[in-house]
Design a protein around this ligand. Structure first.
Ligand code: SF4
Length: 501
């Protein structure tokens, strides 16, 4: 990837280092590496735990690594333009600021590890997107790959890659397969099993949504989690994987502590067999008896079915469900204070709501940063601060992919400037779900106004109910949600490993 600030190469780790084939002079003129069109690019570099430590020692911001155990780095928005770049990349000089300590993933490029199309073999390929590689004769590419192959058969490196399967990318048609890597395939399958497990990408969201529909979990009183786009918003924080297990599609989330399922097995397969296979897979990842291994967001109806089958469920947080008509009109004494706050905003000059468009992203990002500072200045406990920090990357995904994901966004401008925005989606034809809301806290009543306008728009499109998710374990948020008089709380249940009978 990006050119070095000092072309020594001597401090690169002995076992990991792969000789660089692309001259720095070429890299300096190129605008492909280290820059990405989207915040969730599957190609953003992966750092192992020790590579994170080394990068942080070199000055990288630890907050850019969602998991200290190994993760893809969180990209940052370009100051100029609409894209993103690696935080270790200096756009002014087009150089990597940690070049001598860059991770193996970057050292290997423009070669890449990936699964073949059938996901049964790890292969070494070369990325035809690299302009330098595109110009070279195949012999020079092969010679470079031969050198890399020597490194890739090193037992330490095999172990490292097997420990960090995210180093192996998904099949990409524009990466040319050069060599099969049977020893690496064996190492990975011995460690994690032979069942193909795929990284969830934007393109997979529809597949999971179809399986969710087939499972019959979605409906008027569905949990907010039964919206795959809402799950995908956290993709740069958690990293999701999916696998077909016993006729069901099983979705897994990779947290810093281990793997869990954010949804029950989906589709039409026999549920007991799928649950058994899913816990087997989580045991491989987390070890036996891990408290992290669990299935979350089991609906009350499915929980009742599972209890009949002998499973014991643990009750968790509950979503807030409201009547859309109540929130669209805010009539009666019980909504008096909310109404008064909305009226305050209506008295301001030039207040207008409009649909979010991608061109609003930079302005929304500025507002988000201001809102984040306002929240941090208030009374937030440590958990609240953590959630607030994580929110930045979920909002980036909504701004970038809202329409691809089927989310609908609304911005509120006050005197021409965006001072509030929201994103949501339909859980069913009768239920609108509010996923994200940001309102400038220096304008009293703006949050209430934004919420009422959202509910009005949803009601005018046929919504009978509004789901605002759960209280996220935050007392203040729960108080605010309670104040709107929910018509129902929809409890979610979890199935833990030691509760599988
Ligand atoms: S670590 Fe360096 S080489 Fe790798 S993507 Fe970031 S800037 Fe580029």
């Amino acid at each position: 990837m990006a050119a070095s600030t000092a072309q020594t190469g001597s401090s690169a780790e002995s076992v990991r280092s792969v000789p660089q084939v692309v001259p720095s002079s070429t890299c300096l003129q190129c605008d492909v590496c280290c820059r990405f069109p989207d915040p969730d690019s599957p190609l953003r570099p992966y750092f192992t735990a020790e590579e994170i430590v080394r990068a942080v020692t070199e000055g990288a911001n630890p907050d850019r690594f969602p998991s200290p155990r190994g993760c893809q780095i969180t990209l940052i928005p370009d100051q100029e333009g609409d894209g993103f770049h690696c935080p270790a990349f200096d756009p002014a000089s087009a150089r990597c600021l940690i070049y001598d300590r860059r991770p193996f993933d970057c050292q290997l490029y423009p070669l890449a590890l990936m699964w073949n199309e059938h996901h049964d073999d790890v292969v070494l390929g070369w990325d035809s997107k690299c302009p330098f590689m595109g110009e070279q004769v195949p012999d020079s590419i092969r010679r470079y790959a031969d050198q890399a192959m020597i490194r890739l058969n090193d037992s330490d490196l095999l172990r490292t890659v097997a420990d960090h399967p995210r180093l192996i990318g998904r099949f990409q048609p524009d990466v040319v397969e050069l060599f099969r890597l049977p020893a690496l395939t064996r190492a990975v399958q011995t460690r994690w099993g032979a069942t193909p497990v795929h990284r969830l990408t934007l393109e997979d969201v529809q597949r999971v949504t179809d399986a969710l529909d087939e499972s019959g979990l979605a409906g008027g009183q569905a949990l907010a989690a039964y919206s795959v786009p809402s799950i995908y918003l956290c993709t740069t924080l958690l990293g999701y994987w999916w696998a077909e297990l016993r006729g069901s599609l099983c979705l897994f989330a990779e947290s810093p502590d281990g793997w869990f399922m954010p949804l029950p097995p989906l589709g039409g397969g026999p549920i007991q067999e799928a649950i058994g296979a899913a816990f087997d897979l989580m045991r491989r990842r987390n070890g036996a008896g891990s408290p992290v291994s669990r299935i979350d967001n089991i609906s009350p109806a499915l929980a009742a079915r599972l209890e009949v089958l002998g499973y014991r469920l643990q009750a968790g947080e509950a979503d807030y469900l409201y009547r859309a008509g109540d929130l669209a009109t805010l009539t009666g004494d019980r909504f008096k204070s909310h109404r008064a706050l909305c009226n305050k905003v209506e008295r301001l000059e030039q207040v207008a709501a409009a649909s979010y468009a991608l061109r609003d992203r930079a302005e929304c990002r500025r507002l988000f940063q201001r809102w984040q500072e306002q929240k941090q200045a208030g009374a937030l406990d440590s958990f609240g601060r953590l959630l607030l920090e994580d929110a930045a990357s979920t909002h980036e995904i909504a701004w970038a992919h809202g329409s691809d994901l089927g989310l609908s966004g609304t911005v509120v401008r006050v005197e021409g400037e965006i001072r509030a925005y929201t994103f949501g989606c339909w859980l069913s034809p009768a239920t609108w779900c509010v996923l994200l809301e940001v309102a400038d806290r220096s304008i009293p009543g703006l949050a209430q106004y934004l919420f009422r306008e959202t509910c009005r728009a949803a009601a005018s499109h046929g919504a009978e109910f509004i789901n605002t998710m759960d209280g996220a374990g935050l007392a203040g948020l729960s108080r605010s949600k309670d104040s709107y008089h929910p018509v129902m709380r929809i409890r979610q249940y979890s199935l833990l490993e030691d509760h599988v009978s």
